[in-house]
Design a protein around this ligand. Structure first.
Ligand SMILES: Cc1ncc(COP(=O)(O)O)c(C=O)c1O
Length: 423
């Protein structure tokens, strides 16, 4: 095709759009099989539900001869899947919502990523502020940047918890500088969060709810629970914001997904919203985008859940990631990294190790460390991408999600070699 010389006049959104770092990381990993990627958040092929999908497909063929599942579905999602999602949440041991979750407050999205976008589009204009944790999900930060939204980190302690002692001053400053009306929502990554694998303890969640109210910030709270199902030994005991009275008066959006725990390729997620009008707005935007998540993918998932096959599948998935976390942990502990001033917590679920390098070490994209890692044949996510303010730069996220077990130790050792070389 002949290249067009004409330069286009883009919208502000178009002008702000730049290739997400995640796409680049995914490309590099897929294109070069020699490169071992501890970067992209892919899941493990060996636990993708091939047999479950095959069986569900057979059942769909037998039970629904009209092939309705290959037809367009509805914008909000399949009625049966909405019920399955509500049932799934109601069955969670740690939930004790005053009212059970009902299908009416659930919608299905193209992964929880789409729901995040709908939430931001429906709430924020360019220049608005979203409160986030430090660190937080870097694709969410990119999404905000693309929309011209300013993500601002809550004051954080060294362990990633909220620094409540600094919170009042922080809120005061933010309100004085930008006006309270600019602060539009709190985004919480609360179960084995990306990138730190940290979960938010119930006392911290409650205190966050109280702090918002005490500072007259009656803003929506978006709880992203993308990794909640991926615990290793036992589920994280904190309930969601739907079960905590501190959040009763705040609009809440809880986001879950069937990608990481079931099949990333089906790309189906869900939202539960406490505020019907806000949910209506998000659904109108979804109508503009796609007027429905692929009905076929939803049918498969609905069928797997209805057959009671999701729970046993999750047990296999958890065992696999638990084992992989151990493999990476052993490789890290056997290395001289701790002696060299590196530190990390052992994850209890999720897909990531969050490594803190020595003070002053630069691990950002384009740094000597990062370039050497690529030459050494290993990719990681530079930690500064996961912090709204782009600093500190001495953190790295290592994912044990996608690499085969046999390759994990080798990839970790490659990373360690680079770290040792940088002393
Ligand atoms: C914290 C978090 N939220 C949301 C998502 C989006 O997931 P999906 O769209 O696959 O459901 C991801 C994916 O990596 C994530 O890490």
């Amino acid at each position: 095709m002949k290249e067009s010389p004409q330069s286009l006049s883009y919208s502000q959104l178009g002008q702000r759009a730049s290739e997400p770092v995640i796409t680049d990381l995914m490309h590099r990993a897929l294109e070069n099989s020699e490169l071992l990627s501890l970067a992209a958040g892919f899941t493990d092929n060996i636990t993708l539900p091939v047999d479950l999908v095959r069986r569900a497909l057979e059942r769909l063929g037998n039970e629904m001869p009209g092939a309705e599942y290959l037809q367009y579905g509805t914008n909000r999602g399949r009625a049966g899947l909405l019920i399955e999602v509500a049932n799934w949440l109601n069955a969670s041991e740690s939930e004790a919502a005053p009212e059970p979750f009902t299908a009416e407050s659930v919608f299905i999205s193209n992964g929880s990523q789409q729901a995040l976008y709908l939430a931001m589009q429906s709430l924020c204009d360019a220049g608005d502020i979203i409160l986030v944790q430090q660190p937080t999900y870097f694709v969410f930060l990119e999404l905000c940047r693309g929309l011209g939204i300013r993500a601002v980190s809550l004051p954080a302690l060294a362990d990633g918890g909220t620094d409540f002692a600094a919170l009042s001053e922080f809120f005061l400053k933010l309100k004085t500088e930008h006006g309270a009306a600019r602060i539009k929502a709190l985004y919480l990554n609360s179960y084995y969060g990306n990138p730190s694998s940290r979960s938010v303890p119930v006392e911290e969640k409650r205190a966050l709810g109280r702090a918002l109210l005490d500072h007259a910030l009656h803003v929506p709270v978006i709880e992203d629970a993308a990794y909640r199902e991926l615990w290793f030994d036992h589920p994280y005991p904190a309930p969601s914001v739907f079960s905590l009275p501190e959040f009763d008066s705040l609009p809440r959006l809880y986001l879950g997904t069937f990608t990481k725990p079931l099949a990333t390729g089906l790309k189906v997620g869900y939202g539960v919203c406490s505020h019907p009008e806000w949910m209506g707005k998000m659904l109108s935007l979804k109508g503009h985008q796609d007027f429905g998540t692929p009905n076929f993918n939803q049918s498969l998932i609905e069928n797997i859940l209805a057959a009671g096959e999701y729970g046993p599948h999750l047990e296999r998935v958890r065992a696999n990631y638990g084992e992989k976390a151990k493999i990476m942990g052993v490789a890290l502990e056997a290395s001289p990294l701790r002696k060299l001033g590196w530190s990390w917590e052992t994850p209890l679920g999720g897909l990531y190790y969050w490594l803190r390098g020595p003070e002053g070490l630069d691990l950002s994209i384009g740094s000597a460390f990062c370039e050497q890692a690529v030459r050494e044949g290993v990719l990681y996510v530079p930690g500064d991408l996961c912090v709204a303010e782009g600093d500190p730069k001495n953190f790295a996220r290592l994912s044990f999600g996608s690499l085969a077990k046999e390759k994990l130790a080798e990839a970790t050792e490659r990373f360690v070699r680079v770290a040792v070389a940088h002393g």
